[in-house]
Every structure is written in structure tokens, then in C-alpha cells.
Write a protein that binds this ligand. Structure first.
Ligand code: PMP
Length: 294
């Protein structure tokens, strides 16, 4: 369950019980998918609840709202402060945080001038579980960057993620890997992808993907550790010759793949760079390790 009778949400400047916070049945977010959201995590660290890279997440949220012409006045710093207060009200330290910007009623296809902000949080276990993932190549592609702002978390974009996840689950897989419009490997439905070949990691460059905050954290960890990492396009055929592969995302953290379609990644996960990065990432979010860029 995402909430109980004791939960609070932040809604347009007030802390309310979820049942007291309303949304407009005629609103554009519901009708047209014109909303913007974020997925953030807080961790229970020795210094108390710590929101990981909260400012980066709220900057992305504000940028997404801006490109969709939804203006609101909160700064990333204010939103982080509100989120800490919300966590405290919900008695949560280890939590998933979901800010959502919604728009009011306007059936013409121009952004409504009414802008609402809601922040929810809940306790969440591992999003993709603890096991290595069995992944299929989706029959759906990631959206063309000339059709929308793929680097923003606009609610409507997630229909593509839902379609590809439904397809993967219906076929008995755990997750879907999507290609971009040019046939290059892009990303998972809600996470970025890295492949390992020899001692080198490769991940698709920005342009056709969500430039994940976890992805950039992992790249920073690689730089600090001296792991070679390159941002460049690669094909499915190249990925199916890789030694190992992993996904990164706020919810997924760092998670290894067992297989892609009928290809089994040959390197044992425990011997891969991804496995080391998974532990380094965990140490970082739990405050056991510091990174210069954090
Ligand atoms: N790709 C997609 C499509 C996503 O929805 C997400 C989750 N925001 C990611 C990648 C990973 O991004 P982040 O590391 O910022 O959570």
C-alpha cells in the first residue's frame, strides 16, 4: 500500500491526508498525460534520513514543468526542505518520494494555467527485486526526441514504459530493453543500461534517453575508481556479445542482468564491474562513502 490513514501528502502548500487532497476530474494530466513527476529516494543513514541528490531531481522536475509551460514558484532547495518535513510527518527515513505536477482543466491542447504540486512518499522495497534480471528486447522503441522532450519525466511519456513492461511480463520476462528510433540500444522502461566488455563499460550517450541521475552517479564512481567508461551508441548485436550488463535508476539502483532474449551474459555477476558499482552505490546513498560530486 502506498498510504494509510496516518499518511500525509504535501499538496499545494499544505500537508494533508491523502483522502483530503483532490485532483480535477477534468484536468489535463488525466485527459492528456500533461503532468511532470520525479522519482526520488531517501535513505536511513547514520546522520538520519538523507534524500539522495534531491536538488538534481527537483531541478529536473522544474525543467520538465518549464518545457511543458507549467510555471511554479518553488525552488529546488524549498522543495527539498518540504520533502524532509513530509518524511518526518510520515515517520519515514527509508522512502521513495514522488513529486507530481498536475495541470487544471483545459480541453484545448494548450497547457492550462492552473498548476498544482503534490508530493507523496512511501516505503518501498527493491523495485526490480534482488535477483538478476531476465530481459527481453521490446517491440516498442523509445520515443523520437523530436516528438517530445525525452529527457523529462512527463507523465504521458510513461505510456511507452507501461506498454513495454506489460509486453515483457506477459512473455514471462522481468523487464524490457528498448531501442531508439535508429535501432541503437537506448534504455530499459525505467532505468539506464551499461554493458561491460573486457574491463570497459559502455553506456548510450544523451539524446535518445532519460539522462538518469543514477547513471551520472555511476559514471562519477567509475571515474573515481579508474574504471574506463565510454558514452557511445551501440547495437543490440554488440550488446549480445558483451560480458555483462546492468541497469541503473533511482528505484532500481544498480541491478545486473542474467540474460537478454536468449543470450546469457557469460561473466559471473559477482566478478563484474557492475557488482562492484552496485556496492559502491549502496555505500554512497547510505552515507558510508563520499563522492566529490555529491
Ligand atoms: N530511464 C527512464 C525511462 C526512467 O524513467 C528513469 C527513472 N527516472 C531512468 C532512466 C533512470 O533515471 P534516474 O537514475 O534519474 O532515476
Amino acid at each position: 500500500m502506498y498510504y494509510t490513514n496516518d499518511s500525509y501528502v504535501f499538496h499545494n502548500g499544505k500537508f494533508l491526508k491523502p483522502a483530503e487532497a483532490n485532483t480535477n476530474l477534468y484536468g489535463q494530466t488525466l485527459h492528456y498525460g500533461n503532468g511532470v513527476f520525479e522519482g526520488i529516494r531517501a535513505y536511513d543513514t547514520p546522520e538520519g534520513a538523507k534524500i539522495f541528490k534531491g536538488l538534481d531531481h527537483y531541478e529536473r522536475l522544474i525543467k520538465g514543468a518549464h518545457v511543458m509551460s507549467m510555471e511554479f514558484n518553488y525552488t529546488p532547495e524549498e522543495l527539498c526542505e518540504i520533502t524532509y518535513e513530509l518524511l518526518e510527518k510520515n515517520n519515514l527515513k527509508d522512502a521513495y518520494i514522488r513529486p507530481l505536477i498536475t495541470t487544471g482543466a483545459d480541453m484545448s491542447l494548450r497547457t492550462s494555467s492552473e498548476v498544482n504540486i503534490t508530493i507523496q512518499c512511501w516505503e518501498w522495497g527493491k523495485y526490480m527485486g534482488d535477483k538478476l534480471l531476465r530481459v527481453m528486447t521490446s517491440s516498442f522503441q523509445r520515443p523520437n526526441p523530436k516528438s517530445c522532450f525525452v529527457e523529462t519525466k512527463v507523465t504521458g511519456h510513461y505510456v511507452n514504459s507501461i506498454l513495454s513492461t506489460n509486453e515483457a511480463k506477459q512473455k514471462g520476462f522481468d523487464e524490457a530493453l528498448l531501442l531508439d528510433m535508429n535501432g541503437n540500444v537506448a534504455e530499459c522502461s525505467g532505468a539506464n543500461v551499461f554493458m561491460q566488455k573486457g574491463n570497459k563499460l559502455v553506456t548510450p550517450p544523451k539524446g535518445h534517453i532519460m539522462p538518469g541521475i543514477t547513471r551520472s552517479t555511476v559514471i562519477d564512481l567509475c571515474k573515481e575508481e579508474g574504471f574506463e567508461v565510454e558514452e557511445k551508441h551501440f547495437t543490440l548485436e554488440e550488446l549480445k556479445q558483451a560480458d555483462a550488463c546492468f541497469f541503473t535508476g533511482t528505484a532500481a539502483e544498480v541491478v545486473g542482468l542474467q540474460s537478454l532474449d536468449d543470450y546469457q551474459f557469460p561473466l559471473a555477476w559477482e566478478e563484474s564491474l557492475g557488482y562492484q558499482l552496485m556496492h559502491m552505490y549502496k555505500d554512497l546513498v547510505l552515507g558510508k562513502r563520499k563522492l566529490q560530486s555529491v
